[in-house]
Structure formats: C-alpha cells, structure tokens
Design a protein. Sequence first.
Length: 278
Amino acid sequence: MSPKSRLYTLVQAWKNKPFQEVRDACGEQWLGLSSQALEEHQSWSQRQAISHEPIFNAEGTKLTGSLFRPLLTAADTQLLRLFMEGLDTTSYWYRSGRFILGILSVPAHAIASSAYVDALSDLILNSRLPVGLVCLGIQSLPNPENDAACKEGLLRMRRLGVLLHLMQFTGTADELLFLEDMQLDGIHLEMSQFRHNALPVAVIAQAKKRQTQIYASNITLVQDLENAKAVAVEHCYGGLMMPPVSRHQTLHINDSRIAKAIFSLHPHQHPNQNGDKK
C-alpha cells in the first residue's frame, strides 16, 4: 500500500470517528443518525454546497464568522446531521489556519431534549475545536412548557465553551430577560424590519452594557448597512456584504469589498492641516 493511500485511510478513520460515537450515544429516531443519513452527510460534504454566509465587521474590512444556512430551515430529522456538517466545516477552516467562528442555529425545542444535547456534546468534544470557534444560535425563545429544559441544555453547552446567540432578536421584554438570564454572547437583528420603523437604539444600548455582540443580518440594501452603522453594530452579514459561498471559498475571504467601497464614499469628519480628508 502506498504512503498516499495509507494517509487517506487514516484521515477517513479520524473523520468518521465522531459520527460513530454520536450514533452510539443517541437512540432517538428523530435525531436522524441512521446509516443512510451518515452516507448522505459524507456525500454532501464532497459536493461543497454553497451554504456558508460570511459575516464581517461593520466596516466590511474583516471576516469575523460564518452562518451555516441549511440549519435555519432544517427538519428535526436533519438537525444533527447538519450540525455535523457545520462542525466539520469549522474544523476544516481551523486546520487550514483560519479562525472563523461557525454559527450553527438550532430550534429551542431541540435544546430542550436531553438526548439531542447529549449528541451535540459528543460532537463538539470530538471536534477538538478551541473555545470560541463554535457558536450555538437559538432560533427563537423557548415555549413556557420547555423553558427550564432549554435553559439547562444551553447551560450544558456553555460549560463546553460554546458561545450562545439569539437569532431574530426584536427587543421584546421577554428577549431582554432571556438575554440577561443566559448572558448571551450575541444577538442578531434582522435589518429589513427597520427600513420603515425606528431603530431599537435603547435596546441595543442595554445589550451592549451586558457585553453582548450585536449582529446585523439580512443586509441587502445600502440603507440596511447605514442603519447598522448608525447603531454601531459589531458584525454585519447579508447579500450586500457577500452572498453565501462554499466552505473552500470561505478560506480565501478577507473582507467585504462592497461594504468597504460604500463606506469609502462617506466623507470623513476630520481633515488634516492641508485640508485633505484622512
């Protein structure tokens, strides 16, 4: 056997190990851990799907993370398989020398399931990713009946070093209470809702007092980008910044050229002694 084929066998064995361990750890059918699901996962990985939405700082000068979009609309039977794919992608970036935060969103009712949290824990531990590269995005607030179970699941995730974000944040009293109780690391504002409504300046100020990072999502118009800058969000993503790309393409992203170009058109406020703009 040649050295190349030997290396290929070792890499494949390492890559498959976490999936086998998680399949043994969970028995619920809805988790989607059948042999067929694992085969589909590997096939999808090879296809390099265009499903990773780049996230930049507000000025568009630096790539700060990536949102794995397939999890936003996944059925319950797909959740764990897609979470595997998202973790595998973050590991791929990390092994390639890029420290890119991977945001993997899941519904609240899944986090309220101890079996699902057990499986997530096994996946995260076996990924061997450093603290700060895995982020769990909660898609909405939990229902009253599973609120306690969901919060317990989130606390288990936090003990593993996973960052916690709340997607689709609108600034309601319940969301602010949830933010404070769980000490969320980030909240995501859908910017299209503020094209004709007032920006939630007071809400954002309260979040920032708790050291919570503010993400502006669905940046598709110049107005969205300007609104995001007006409330000094830390991160922006959407079609105007950059459309979704493959995991390999993400490796070569450094900035959002469109956002940089837009901000360069705005005059700076402090001219130097020669009258030139800095």
